[in-house]
Design a protein around this ligand. Structure first.
Ligand SMILES: Nc1ncnc2c1ncn2[C@@H]1O[C@H](COP(=O)(O)OP(=O)(O)O)[C@@H](O)[C@H]1O
Ligand SMILES: [Mg+2]
Length: 340
């Protein structure tokens, strides 16, 4: 089961709409998909008009207490291949309940491991904050989708999220691979086009090529308790989410991704140079600046062992966020990635 968290600490940027309609699109393409509403405000639960008997709060409480889960009625069926676990306000109090536990970041992961054989994809709709529930989702997921919209795109927002992800990498050794999604674009507006261009230049391959346009049918579908494919399959919204699912399928199948970071270097550019690019400085291996001094890049790698270094301005650096390294032939060290 591939797990994708939809995160952004801002409300209103399109997490719920993306989580619901991406899940629907994946299920329409024949992939068995589980959507979990992790927001105590339960917008996705409302959007699908599904009041589950069992919701994620009950499930996480049981997992935390080592109690067994019911064999049936754990998930609700929305449509063919599309399953759902709802939320309720009580989820907010779990954060407090779990806060003293050593395994507080792993409770959702434990549950998802238990159901992993039942689904191809699991999509997590996160709350608009970076609290314990979101950290559980980041910890559990292999990929994160970060919706951004034109009105409130700010480097600051992206930067805080990235900081959290770097912290998780240092603390737990594992982070999701992050991709950004532009949502609520009006491609007829010149301002929007300039904006898209600017974000593309800034984020490079971290930005998905699918853009979700503003589409009133997406809003209506949510209000009627439907996903866009059941509500208005011929709409632009359905077209965009089908394209998104295609792109996500492409990203998540086959390739192993490695996410690289460099933080705290006051330089104009950072490249990663190593075995995967024959130790040549190449533009598609240029890290992207996603904050004041945070640089990042996702690279797809086949199975194998790769040595690399960062070239930050004029300085060669080993990766400070990667403990694996190997001696180089100049008396220094190369960082090391092993893809199994
Ligand atoms: N592409 C879009 N076109 C039209 N309305 C949208 C679109 N994306 C989001 N919305 C609307 O914007 C509001 C916020 O979106 P939502 O997905 O709930 O954001 P979040 O979960 O990040 O808080 C909702 O009313 C939603 O219906
Ligand atoms: Mg939401």
């Amino acid at each position: 089961m591939k797990i994708i968290s939809v995160v952004n600490q801002k409300g209103g940027c399109g997490k719920t709409i993306s989580a619901v309609n991406l899940s629907a699109a994946l299920s329409k393409k024949g992939f068995k998909t589980l959507l979990i509403d992790l927001d105590p405000q339960a917008h996705a639960t409302f959007a699908l008009r599904k009041e589950s008997i069992f919701n994620i709060t009950d499930i996480l409480e049981r997992i935390a207490q080592n109690e067994s889960l019911p064999e049936t009625a754990l998930y609700q069926s929305v449509s063919e291949n599309f399953y759902f676990i709802g939320s309720r306000i009580g989820l907010a109090s779990l954060e407090h309940k779990f806060s003293q536990r050593d395994d507080r970041l792993d409770i959702l992961s434990l549950f998802l491991k238990a159901v992993s054989a039942d689904f191809d994809y699991c999509v997590l709709d996160c709350p608009p904050n970076l609290g314990l529930i979101t950290l559980n989702a980041l910890q559990a997921s292999e990929y994160s989708l970060i919706p951004l919209n034109i009105c409130d795109f700010s480097l600051r927002g992206v930067e805080i999220l990235k900081d959290i992800i770097i912290m998780l990498k240092e603390f737990k050794g594992k982070t999701p691979i992050c991709f950004y999604l532009l949502n609520q674009m009006d491609k007829r507006s010149r301002f929007a086009l300039t904006f898209i261009q600017r974000v593309k230049e800034q984020l490079g391959s971290l930005l998905l090529s699918t853009v979700i346009r503003s589409n009133v049918h997406l809003k209506e579908a949510a209000a009627y308790g439907k996903n866009i494919f059941d509500y208005m399959p011929e709409s632009r919204g359905a077209e965009d989410f089908a394209a998104l699912a295609k792109e996500i399928l492409n990203i998540t199948s086959g390739k192993a991704w490695t996410q690289l970071f460099l933080k705290g270097e006051k330089v104009d550019n950072v490249y990663v140079i190593g075995d995967f690019n024959n130790w040549q400085k190449q533009e598609n291996y240029k890290l992207r600046k996603v904050g004041e001094d945070i640089w990042t890049l996702n690279i797809p790698l086949e199975k194998g062992k790769y040595r690399y270094k960062f070239l930050a301005g004029d300085a060669w650096l080993t990766d400070p966020h990667n403990k694996l390294s190997e001696d180089d032939s100049f008396g220094g060290k190369n960082s090391l990635i092993i893809v199994e």
